[in-house]
Design a protein around this ligand. Structure first.
Ligand code: PLP
Length: 479
C-alpha cells in the first residue's frame, strides 16, 4: 500500500484516505509520501498528448491505491472536479508574441477564477466521496489570502458531509474575492472576516495550526484542513507542471523553465514533486513580491521571518511559506529530527541559517527574485500594450521575474509563466496599471458581475476572539 508519513516523524504511516481526511498529521507535521514514484521518459512520451483529466488520472494513480479509490471512481471524481471549467483545454497555454520563448499557462479558468480551483474541487469531492462511504462529517477550517477561500467555498457548497469555514483578513483581499465567499446561499458555508491581523493570512495560519495542535478538539469537532497543508492539494497541482511541460516542449527531454508566483510554496512544492517524478524541468523561478522569505532563502540560505508588506499582488503577501518545510524535509534526506531542529530554531529566533550543504542543494535548479509593485504594474501595462494580453498582478509577478532572470539563465529554454488568477478579481490594480483608462472587457468576468448584486452573509470577528467564536460556532452546529 502507498503510504504517507509526517514531516515531524511522530506518527505511524497512513494511507491516502487518512492523509486526505486529516490534512495535518496528528503530530502537527505535514504528510509526505514514503517514496516518490518515477515516470520514465517513454511513459511521459506516451502521455504527452493526453487531455488534462486523462493525464491527471495517470499521475494520481501512481499515488492512490485502487483499493482506496477504484479506477472508475477516480475517473468520475476527476471529471466532476473539472466540469465547471470554462475552457475546453482546462488550462490553455498562451504565447506572448512580443517575447520570444515566453508563454503563459492560464490556471484561472475554473469556477472561482484562480489556480486554487484546480486542486480544490478534486480534494473536496474526494473528501465527500470517502466520508459518504465510511460515514462522517468534517469541519474544514482554512486561512485564505483571497483565492483559497472562494475555491473551497464553491467546491464545498451544498455538501452534506462538510461544513466549510474560510477565514480571511478583513480589508486585505479584494471586494470581488470577499463576495465570492459571502454571497453563496448554501448554509454549510461560514465565511469569517477577521479584523486586526497585522500579518494578514499568516495570522490566520497560526490560528488554524493552533486549532490542529489540540488533538481532542480535532477529534471532537471533526476538523480538517484544505490549505496546501493537505497532501491531496499538492499532489493534484503537480499535474499542471507535467501538462504544461508536454504542451510547450515539442520533444520530451527538451529543457523548460517555469516561473511561479509564490506565497506559501504549495504550488512550487508541487513543481518539485513533478521534477522528482522525472519531468525534465531545468529551472524553477520562484517569483516573490516584496514579501520575499523564499527569495532570501534560495539566494542566501537563510530562512527568515519579516514583517508583512501589503502589495498589489495580495494573494502572495505571505510571511512564512509553510510548504517550504515540506521541501526542506526532502532536502534533509527525509530526516524529521533535522527538520524539527530547523523549525524549533525558526520559531524561537525568527530565522534559521541552513548548513552550507543544504543551502547549496536548494539552489540547484532554482532561481528567485523579489518583484516590486512598480515592476508588477509596469509589466501589466507593457504586456497589455505590446501583446494585447491582460495579466493579473500574480501572473505579472511571474512574467516580471522571468524577464528579469532570463539573461542570467542564458535564455537556455522557453519559460512557462503561471498566470494564477483572472485579472477581474483585481480591478483596482488593473486600473492603476493601465493608467486610469476605462477597463477593457478582458478585465471583467460575468461570474463576478453576477455576484455583485447578491446579498452577503458571514461573520466578522477580531483575531483575538476568533478561536473561541469558531469553536462555539462549530459546537452549535452539532446540537
Ligand atoms: C493568485 C495566486 N497566485 C499565487 C499564489 C501562491 O501559491 P502558493 O501559496 O501555493 O505559493 C496564490 C495563493 O496563495 C494565489 O492565490
Amino acid at each position: 500500500m502507498k503510504q504517507y508519513v509526517s514531516t515531524r516523524g511522530g506518527v505511524a504511516p497512513v494511507g491516502f484516505e487518512e492523509a486526505v481526511l486529516k490534512g495535518f498529521a496528528d503530530d502537527g507535521g505535514l504528510f509526505v509520501p514514503t517514496a516518490i514514484p518515477r515516470i520514465s521518459p517513454e511513459q511521459l512520451k506516451a502521455w504527452a498528448g493526453l487531455s488534462y483529466p486523462d493525464l491527471a488520472f495517470e499521475i494520481l494513480s501512481l499515488f492512490i491505491d485502487r483499493e482506496t479509490v477504484p479506477a472508475k471512481d477516480l475517473k468520475q471524481l476527476i471529471e466532476a472536479s473539472f466540469q465547471d471549467f470554462e475552457h475546453p483545454e482546462i488550462m490553455p497555454v498562451v504565447p506572448l508574441p512580443g517575447d520570444e520563448g515566453l508563454f503563459v499557462l492560464e490556471l484561472f479558468r475554473g469556477p472561482t477564477l484562480s489556480f486554487k480551483d484546480i486542486a480544490m474541487g478534486f480534494l473536496i469531492n474526494t473528501m465527500d466521496y470517502i466520508l459518504k462511504r465510511r460515514g462522517g462529517h468534517l469541519n474544514l477550517v482554512l486561512a485564505t489570502t483571497g483565492d483559497t477561500g472562494p475555491a473551497a467555498a464553491y467546491a464545498a457548497a451544498g455538501k452534506s458531509s462538510i461544513d466549510c469555514w474560510p477565514l480571511y483578513p478583513e480589508g486585505m483581499i479584494t471586494d470581488e474575492q470577499e463576495r465570492q465567499m459571502t454571497t453563496l446561499s448554501e448554509g454549510n458555508i461560514h465565511a469569517v472576516g477577521v479584523t486586526d491581523c497585522p500579518d494578514g493570512g499568516d495570522d490566520l495560519d497560526l490560528i488554524v495550526a493552533g486549532l490542529f495542535s489540540d488533538a481532542a478538539l480535532v477529534r471532537d469537532l471533526g476538523l480538517s484542513s484544505v490549505n496546501s497543508i493537505n497532501w491531496c492539494r499538492v499532489l493534484m497541482q503537480s499535474v499542471h507542471y507535467v501538462y504544461g511541460y508536454c504542451r510547450v516542449c515539442r520533444r520530451i527531454g527538451d529543457p523548460l523553465v517555469f516561473s511561479v508566483p509564490s506565497g506559501a510554496f504549495g504550488n512550487l512544492f508541487a513543481g518539485y514533486l513533478a521534477r522528482e517524478m522525472g519531468v525534465p524541468i531545468t529551472t524553477f523561478i520562484c517569483a516573490n513580491n516584496r514579501n520575499s522569505a523564499l527569495h532570501t532563502a534560495f539566494s542566501t540560505g537563510v530562512f527568515k521571518k519579516r514583517d508583512l508588506v501589503q502589495t498589489v499582488s495580495s494573494a502572495i503577501d505571505i510571511v512564512v511559506p509553510y510548504n517550504f518545510w515540506r521541501f526542506l524535509y526532502f532536502q534533509a534526506g527525509g530526516d524529521p529530527e533535522k527538520l524539527a531542529a530547523w523549525m524549533d530554531r525558526f520559531h524561537k529566533e525568527g530565522e534559521v541559517r541552513l548548513d552550507q550543504e543544504t543551502a547549496d542543494a536548494i539552489q540547484r535548479g532554482y532561481a528567485s527574485c523579489s518583484v516590486s509593485d512598480a515592476q508588477t504594474l509596469s509589466t501589466i501595462r507593457a504586456t497589455w500594450e505590446a501583446d494585447g494580453y491582460l495579466l493579473d498582478p500574480h501572473g505579472a509577478v511571474a512574467v516580471a521575474a522571468a524577464r528579469e532572470l532570463r539573461d542570467q539563465l542564458k535564455r537556455e529554454a522557453p519559460v512557462l509563466c503561471m498566470a494564477t488568477a483572472h485579472p477581474a478579481k483585481f480591478p483596482g490594480v488593473t486600473a492603476r496599471a493601465l493608467g486610469g483608462k476605462d477597463l477593457p472587457p478582458e478585465a471583467c468576468h460575468p461570474a463576478l458581475q453576477a455576484a455583485a448584486d447578491l446579498p452577503r452573509r458571514g461573520a466578522v470577528h477580531s483575531l483575538e476572539e476568533l478561536k473561541p467564536r469558531l469553536i462555539a460556532g462549530m459546537k452549535a452546529l452539532k446540537t
